[in-house]
Design a protein around this ligand. Structure first.
Ligand code: SF4
Length: 92
Protein backbone atom coordinates (compact mmCIF):
# COMPACT_ATOMS: atom_id res chain seq x y z
CA UNK A 1 0.00 0.00 0.00
CA UNK A 2 1.58 3.24 -1.07
CA UNK A 3 1.72 6.43 0.92
CA UNK A 4 -0.56 8.02 -1.68
CA UNK A 5 -3.14 5.29 -1.12
CA UNK A 6 -2.98 5.89 2.62
CA UNK A 7 -3.38 9.62 2.16
CA UNK A 8 -6.47 9.11 0.04
CA UNK A 9 -8.02 6.58 2.35
CA UNK A 10 -7.35 8.29 5.65
CA UNK A 11 -9.24 11.35 4.48
CA UNK A 12 -12.31 9.16 4.33
CA UNK A 13 -12.42 9.02 8.13
CA UNK A 14 -15.07 10.69 10.18
CA UNK A 15 -18.46 9.51 11.17
CA UNK A 16 -19.30 5.92 10.42
CA UNK A 17 -19.10 5.22 6.72
CA UNK A 18 -19.39 2.14 4.57
CA UNK A 19 -15.60 1.88 4.29
CA UNK A 20 -13.98 -1.18 5.87
CA UNK A 21 -10.41 -1.71 6.98
CA UNK A 22 -8.16 -4.18 5.20
CA UNK A 23 -4.76 -5.56 6.16
CA UNK A 24 -2.17 -6.58 3.58
CA UNK A 25 -0.85 -9.86 5.06
CA UNK A 26 2.33 -9.59 3.00
CA UNK A 27 3.24 -6.37 4.82
CA UNK A 28 1.93 -6.98 8.35
CA UNK A 29 4.71 -7.69 10.86
CA UNK A 30 2.40 -8.46 13.75
CA UNK A 31 3.16 -5.47 15.92
CA UNK A 32 -0.33 -5.63 17.41
CA UNK A 33 -0.76 -1.87 17.35
CA UNK A 34 -3.98 -2.08 15.36
CA UNK A 35 -5.38 -4.70 17.75
CA UNK A 36 -4.78 -2.36 20.67
CA UNK A 37 -5.88 0.77 18.86
CA UNK A 38 -9.03 -0.47 17.15
CA UNK A 39 -10.11 -3.84 18.57
CA UNK A 40 -13.55 -3.55 16.97
CA UNK A 41 -11.87 -3.53 13.55
CA UNK A 42 -9.01 -6.04 13.88
CA UNK A 43 -8.44 -9.54 15.19
CA UNK A 44 -5.38 -11.79 15.45
CA UNK A 45 -4.55 -13.91 12.43
CA UNK A 46 -2.13 -16.69 11.58
CA UNK A 47 1.56 -16.03 11.93
CA UNK A 48 1.13 -13.39 14.65
CA UNK A 49 -0.40 -11.04 12.14
CA UNK A 50 -3.71 -9.25 12.24
CA UNK A 51 -6.64 -9.07 9.90
CA UNK A 52 -9.86 -7.14 9.58
CA UNK A 53 -12.70 -8.50 11.66
CA UNK A 54 -15.48 -9.78 9.42
CA UNK A 55 -18.01 -8.08 11.67
CA UNK A 56 -16.10 -4.80 11.85
CA UNK A 57 -18.17 -1.64 11.84
CA UNK A 58 -17.69 1.04 9.22
CA UNK A 59 -14.58 3.15 9.40
CA UNK A 60 -14.35 5.44 12.38
CA UNK A 61 -11.71 7.42 14.22
CA UNK A 62 -10.10 4.36 15.83
CA UNK A 63 -9.72 2.70 12.42
CA UNK A 64 -8.11 5.84 11.03
CA UNK A 65 -5.77 5.90 14.04
CA UNK A 66 -4.73 2.31 13.32
CA UNK A 67 -4.01 3.21 9.69
CA UNK A 68 -1.85 6.11 10.84
CA UNK A 69 -0.01 4.10 13.51
CA UNK A 70 0.76 0.92 11.56
CA UNK A 71 4.56 0.92 11.31
CA UNK A 72 4.63 -0.76 7.89
CA UNK A 73 1.62 0.89 6.23
CA UNK A 74 -0.18 -2.42 5.91
CA UNK A 75 -3.67 -1.09 6.61
CA UNK A 76 -6.01 0.68 4.27
CA UNK A 77 -9.69 1.04 3.64
CA UNK A 78 -11.71 -0.87 1.10
CA UNK A 79 -14.40 1.09 -0.62
CA UNK A 80 -17.64 -0.74 -1.18
CA UNK A 81 -17.74 -2.10 -4.69
CA UNK A 82 -20.62 -2.76 -7.03
CA UNK A 83 -22.58 -5.93 -6.39
CA UNK A 84 -21.12 -9.05 -7.94
CA UNK A 85 -22.75 -10.02 -11.23
CA UNK A 86 -25.20 -12.88 -11.13
CA UNK A 87 -23.68 -16.19 -12.21
CA UNK A 88 -24.41 -17.29 -15.78
CA UNK A 89 -27.08 -19.93 -16.11
CA UNK A 90 -25.79 -23.48 -16.62
CA UNK A 91 -25.06 -24.44 -20.21
CA UNK A 92 -23.80 -21.05 -21.35
S1 SF4 B 1 -0.40 -2.36 13.15
FE1 SF4 B 1 0.20 -2.99 11.06
S2 SF4 B 1 1.98 -4.33 11.36
FE2 SF4 B 1 1.00 -4.11 13.37
S3 SF4 B 1 -0.38 -5.92 13.51
FE3 SF4 B 1 -1.59 -4.19 12.68
S4 SF4 B 1 -1.44 -4.40 10.42
FE4 SF4 B 1 0.18 -5.65 11.33
Amino acid sequence: MSRDDRARTTHAEGPETALRVAVDPALCIGSGICLATAPRHFEPAEGHRSRARPDAPGADESAADAVALCPVEAIGFLTPGPPAPAPAPPGR
